[in-house]
Design a protein. Structure first.
Length: 239
């Protein structure tokens, strides 16, 4: 315990003159270990993020990109992670969620695509770190699952006057709507994979429609029962 003696001159009226009154403060000393990491509730693992990580591991092993031994080792790290930092570190050691463009082929300037009519970007197209797609009329389809990504963080601007733009986003990519105008349909998206790509979307369109969604997925799956169990085991926030 630490003893602090604080003296003040107090008069009968309460002013700081007159007799001396002493205030004694007792402070408990807590040992501090500088080499011990300090946990923070703000960095605590979110269970949706953990489920997304496990789902990603399953996709890698079922697709042949990860061996069973690698799956077991990665799963152990994912389940043992106490912070988002730990979870991201475990996932960054795995193959990337999207196909990355080789460094020498990445675009040095922003990519701007404009079309008066329809536009369809499928397999093999290159998504720059800063990409703008503008369609006056007609329909445009941007399949980001088939694209080669120049960066793990992409700024995508979508512009349409009276047309429609459809963006197909890989599951696990973090989608951030960063502003704009127009009619936007953002369908229910899966939780982003920790340490995965980030897609920042801004929109512009007086009468057009912009729709962002995942590829159609078969209902259920090998991890559906596991997800339901994890969700059911969470403490209820209701009173």
């Amino acid at each position: 315990m630490l003893y602090l003696d604080h003296a003040r001159k107090m008069s009968a009226s309460g002013s700081d003159t007159g007799t001396v009154r002493r205030q004694v403060l007792w402070v408990k000393l807590v040992p501090v270990f500088e080499d011990r990491p300090v946990s923070s509730d703000l960095d605590a693992v979110d269970e949706d993020a953990r489920i997304a990580a496990v789902d990603r591991l399953h996709g890698l092993v079922s697709g042949g990109s990860l061996s069973l031994e690698g799956f077991s080792a990665a799963l152990e790290k994912v389940l043992a992670a106490l912070t988002n930092t730990d979870l991201k570190a475990a996932m960054l050691a795995l193959p990337p969620l999207v196909r990355l463009t080789p460094a020498p082929l990445r675009l040095a300037q922003p990519l701007v695509l404009r079309a008066d009519g329809g536009l369809k970007l499928g397999s093999g197209w290159q998504l720059a770190a800063d990409t703008t797609v503008s369609v006056a009329f007609g329909a445009a389809v941007l399949d980001l699952t088939a694209a080669s990504w120049d960066a793990y963080e992409v700024n995508l601007r979508l512009e349409t006057q009276a047309g429609a733009i459809e963006v197909v986003v890989p599951e696990g990519v973090a989608v951030q709507m960063v502003g704009g105008s127009g009619r936007v349909q953002l369908e229910s998206l899966s939780p982003p994979v920790p340490g995965g790509p980030i897609l920042r979307v801004s929109t512009s369109g007086p009468t057009g429609v912009i729709r962002v969604h995942h590829p159609k997925r078969r209902a259920g799956g090998p991890l559906a029962h596991w997800r339901r169990r994890r969700t059911a085991s969470r403490p209820s926030s209701g009173r």
